[in-house]
Each structure stands twice: as C-alpha cells, then as structure tokens.
Design a protein around this ligand. Structure first.
Ligand code: ZN
Ligand code: ZN
Ligand code: ZN
Ligand code: ZN
Ligand code: ZN
Length: 610
C-alpha cells in the first residue's frame, strides 16, 4: 500500500491537531522532534514527508546527512556564501579557459625516465612523471597495461589503446598481457628454459571500460610443459569470467561499483551502467562494447558465490540482530509496483536465490489453496473507514498482461527485510497469513498491518478450521499508526498500535520505507525474466539489510535517546493535564477503560453483522 496519499477528510477530531503540522519538505529534519508529538499527531500531507518522517523515526541518519544543510558557519548565511563562491568562480573563469587551452598544447618534452630522448607518449596515470620516450614507454607500460596513455607525436594528445605503441615516430601494434600472478615453476627444469608467451585474446573490463589484451602462457623449452591460467587463477587475481571459457573477463571492481550504484540509484539499469563503461572505452582511445546479457549473468554468478561464502561465515542476511532472539513487531504489507510483464524475457532458468528471500511460488500456492479449501472462504472487500480499501479476498487469478502482481513483504521494526512472496491474486489475506506463519518460529509480540481490523477476525475464523495455526493468535494485532488515522475512529481505538501496551514507539509503517526502496528497483525488474527478477530483488534486499546492520549501533542509540525523551515529555503532559482537569490517576484509567469498552462493543456488533 505504498504511495498512499494521506488525504483524509479532516474530521472534528483532528482539527485541533492540524495546526501542529506545518513542516515543509526539505526542512531540517531535526525540527521534527519539537513539532511532532504523539498526542497531537496529524497525518503527513504527502508520501515524501511521510517517508522522510519514517526515516527519521527509525533513527536512520544515513539520509539525514544527505539532505541536511551544512551546519551554519562563520557569520554569513548559506545563500550569501553561495553567491560569494559563485562570484569567485566567475572572476577566475577567464584564467581557467586559458589554462585549459594551454593544457592541450603539446610542447616538446624530454623523456622523464631516461632524460635523453624526446618524449613520444604522455601517461596521466604515471604522474608526477608523465612523459616517456618510445622505448621507455614500452618498457614501463609492459607492466602497466591498464594505464591510459596519449601519443604526442601528431602534435596533439591522441589517446592510445594499450596494444598501440610508438615506433620511430609512427604508431605500431604490440602485445599486452593481462596482469596475473604466474607460477614460479611449472616443471623441474632450470628456470632459464621458461618463457612467457601471449595466449588467447580476451576482453578485460574494468571501471575504465574494455581492454583487448592477451592471456599469458608459459612454456618450458626443455620439456615442452605448458601452463595457461584457468578460471581459478582469474578469480585469485580479482577477475571474474563472463563465461567459463572466458573470452571476456571482468575486474571484480566493476561488480562492486555496479552494486553500489544500484543501491544508490535503484532504478539504474544494467544497460545504462554498461553504456557509461562503453563511453569510457571510447574516450581512452579503445574500441569494443560490453554485452549486457553476459554481464548480468556473470554478475549474478559472482553474487551467488559471495552468498555461499557468507553462508560459510554464518552471516544471516534476513535476520535482524536487534530483533534476535525476541522480535517486538513485524510489519506486513503488499507492494503493487512489483508486477512483472508476462511477455518479459521468458526463460526456464532457475533463480540462484530461489526461496532465500521471496518464498517459492508453489509453496505459497499450496498454502493458499489449503486455507481456501478448509475455510470455505467468502470473497469480499476489506473496507474500513469509508473509502479505505486495502487487502481483499478474491480467489480468482487475475488475467491481465502481468504475471506476478506484486510483492507481499514482511519487515521488522528496524526496517530489515525478513521475508516476502509473489502475489498472483491481488492482496488476499492468505498472503499475510503465509508470511505470519513462516515467521512464527521466532517469538513475535505484535503483528502490524494496514488492515489488521479486518485481518484479525479473518485469522480467528481460519484458526477455527485450521487448529494447527492456533499459535498465530499469540501475537497481538497491531494496526499501523498512520494508517489507523484513515480508519473508523472506533476501529482506531481498538486496533491502533499507538494504544497498545508494550509497543513503545513502533509505528508498524516500517515496511513503507522498504517498499519505497524496492519500488525504485521495480522499473528495471518488471521486464526481467522470472529468475532475474527474483535474484535482483533478493540481492538488493540483502544489501539493504547489510546497510541497516552496519548502521544499527548508531540508529539504535538514536532511537533509545529519542524514546527516553518522548516518554519523559508524555508523562509530563499527562501529569499537567491531570492537574488541570483535577482528576486522579484512577479516574483517568477509568476513562481509558470506558473508551475501550465503547469501541469494543460497537466494533464487535459491526463484525457480527457483516
Ligand atoms: Zn626514455
Ligand atoms: Zn603509465
Ligand atoms: Zn621443463
Ligand atoms: Zn529488527
Ligand atoms: Zn479499520
């Protein structure tokens, strides 16, 4: 239920509160603490402000650092400083133009290596001594094949691929060998008989684009033993093969960068990333393109191996350390952005991360069928509080152009992905039921949803026909705090997490922040094959969790501090209100019970009727 715009008609009960919410998007997030209090809280106006707030409520300082303006320094304010800076740049511009033009001028230089011959090549990667004569260039760059050089002989800087060198003031071809560690010995003959030759040509892809180089090959002249690098040699040297025959080899740095970019900009497509690398290939005077299909496959295979290594190290990707061993709250919601087109790449390949994060479709299907057949369910819409409509129960598979309709996600209160499933039938209650059942082996206190008020009676009904699910009722129902505002008032009193003993500052909306992140990936995954879709989502969820784990110490400390302050101020508020109204603690408690009973009576009547 992401992207819900909180446009609830302002009823009488929050008119008194609406003045307190006057925060503009982009304002300093620290201001929030003082402007928003739980007692007079009013739903935020847009999804952005809501998400921003959610970020903040989770004590996640990651995003804060990005948006927060620098702390005010000196006497001048931000805009004055900004215009001052621009002025200085402007003054300097004419001079910079001259420098840039002069920099392009090829002056006759002497080789900085031998100090004798005139320079023929400039290598910017060899600074502070960038100028080489033809011979020194070959002898030095034989061992630095990834350096980006320019020839100076034509009177301008001309980018050179590594396999081009200068011979007698003309460009000529030479061979370049992929830098790899080679064995000292391949046979028992004397080392003098060993020679290194050029083997097969491979395309090596680094963050600077594609290089066409040769693999090394060793040969003993005496006994004719040969050695050539295998896949294991490549992997040991931080390369990763595109296929097991490796006519293309990626530097693992490219994969790390792709993953990091993908986390920073989840909507980035693989093609866009490779186009950027292709452009770099061209800029440095090389040629050749990088194929997207093989890149994607190779990347995922690399990730699969990393995942296995993590497994050996007993790293859990979908278990929140802060929620171990007892989990306070899990929050479940559907994400409709994650549909996938039926006509998207069809392939029978199996996902590498099948069942790791997203539950296996056939298992979910079996569970849903079982529930439906045993409970003899009725279809109906989950509507509460008038226009609000979220989960609904239909058993029909939808027959549109899309395959998966979305994801149903379970997230802990720290925003860590726990598990998910592919939806095929809209948001039916059996989906959260499946996730709840799957998570039930860890002790969980609260089960948060945006339609708890409808789901819990359903769960009660289901457990009557399926007693083996009885244990699920030991969790307490929790209606997400912001969503509750859109429900009926009685419903809010009865179910809202804000009024649950022991829930603390849990909002039950943590899933929305995760949903927002996943939704940004959806632009690229909706055209992918089933396997690619599962793998990419699992991978991104894994990295998201990793970021959360790395940040956990700081964010937990922030949350603790915030909760302590909040508790103190709330207690003070209560105390002053009590004095103002001249009532005793017992009377206040009596009122609470009255309201609870009133809400209980009316909602249970309603449920009995429907
Ligand atoms: Zn020289
Ligand atoms: Zn160099
Ligand atoms: Zn030998
Ligand atoms: Zn957690
Ligand atoms: Zn409700």
């Amino acid at each position: 239920m992401e992207n819900v715009v909180y446009d609830r008609p302002r009823s009488s009960r929050n008119q008194m509160a609406s003045h307190s919410y006057s925060r503009k998007a982009g304002a300093h997030p620290r201001m929030l603490d003082s402007s928003v209090e739980l007692t007079n809280y009013c739903p935020p106006d847009t999804v952005e402000t809501f998400l921003e707030e959610l970020n903040h409520s989770q004590g996640d300082d990651l995003d804060d650092q990005e948006t927060a303006p620098a702390p005010p320094r000196a006497s001048s304010d931000w805009s004055t400083r900004k215009s001052l800076l621009s002025e200085r740049w402007e003054k300097e511009r004419a001079c910079l133009v001259n420098t840039m033009v002069a920099q392009q001028n090829v002056t006759t230089q002497i080789c900085q290596q031998c100090g004798i011959s005139p320079a023929a090549v400039r290598c910017r990667d060899c600074r502070p001594q960038p100028f080489f004569c033809a011979d020194c260039d070959v002898s030095i760059h034989r061992n630095h094949v990834f350096h980006n050089r320019d020839a100076t002989i034509a009177g301008f800087f001309q980018p050179l691929p590594p396999t081009t060198c200068v011979v007698e003031r003309a460009l000529s071809q030479c061979v370049c060998i992929v830098p790899l560690e080679m064995p000292k010995k391949i046979c028992s003959c004397s080392p003098g008989s060993l020679s290194v030759n050029t083997g097969k040509v491979v395309a090596v892809v680094t963050m600077n684009g594609r290089y066409d180089l040769s693999m090394p090959e060793m040969k003993c002249e005496a006994c004719k033993t040969t050695w050539s690098p295998g896949v294991d040699d490549l992997v040991r040297n931080d390369y990763w093969p595109a296929t097991l025959h490796f006519s293309t080899v990626y530097s693992t740095d490219v994969f790390y960068s792709y993953e990091e970019l993908k986390m920073a900009a989840p909507g980035l497509s693989c093609q866009a990333f490779l186009r950027m690398l292709d452009q770099r290939t061209l800029r440095f005077g090389r040629i050749g393109k990088i194929t997207a299909d093989s890149f994607r496959k190779s990347f995922l295979e690399w990730e699969a191996v990393r995942f296995e290594v993590d497994k050996i190290c007993r790293e859990e990707h979908f278990v929140c350390p802060a929620c171990t061993p007892d989990m306070l709250a899990v929050s479940v919601d559907g994400n409709r952005k994650h549909y996938r087109f039926k006509n998207a790449a069809r392939s029978e390949e199996k996902a590498l991360f099948d069942g790791i994060f997203i539950a296996k479709d056939d298992e979910v299907e079996r569970f849903v069928d079982y529930i439906h057949s045993t409970t003899n369910h009725v279809s109906g819409r989950g509507v509460c509080g008038g226009e609000w409509s979220a989960a609904r129960e239909t058993s029909q598979k939808s027959s549109s152009k899309i395959d998966e309709e979305g994801l149903e996600l379970a997230v802990c209160r720290h925003g860590v992905f726990l598990t998910a499933l592919n939806m095929f039938r809209g948001e039916i209650y059996a989906y959260p039921l499946y996730l709840q059942n799957k998570l039930a082996n860890t002790p969980i206190s609260f089960f948060a949803m945006d339609v708890t008020c409808k789901y819990w009676p359903y769960l009660n009904k289901v457990t009557k026909s399926c007693p083996e699910l009885q244990h699920l009722l030991s969790m307490k129902p929790f209606l997400s705090v912001f969503h509750a505002k859109a429900h009926d008032f009685k419903c809010e009193v009865k179910w809202s997490g804000a009024y649950q003993q022991g829930a603390g500052l849990t909002l039950g909306e943590e899933v929305e922040q995760c949903n927002a992140f996943l939704s940004r990936i959806a632009v690229t995954t909706k055209h992918m094959s089933k396997a690619g879709h599962t793998d990419m989502l699992t991978l991104m969820a894994m990295r998201w969790n990793q970021q959360k784990f790395n940040n956990l110490a700081t964010s937990l400390a922030c949350r603790y501090q915030k909760a302590t302050k909040r508790l103190e101020s709330q207690l003070q508020d209560l105390e002053s209100m009590r004095i103002q109204l001249a009532v005793t603690q017992v009377e206040v408690e009596g009122w609470v019970t009255d309201i609870k009973e009133w809400a209980e009576a009316t909602t249970s009547q309603k449920n009995a009727r429907s």
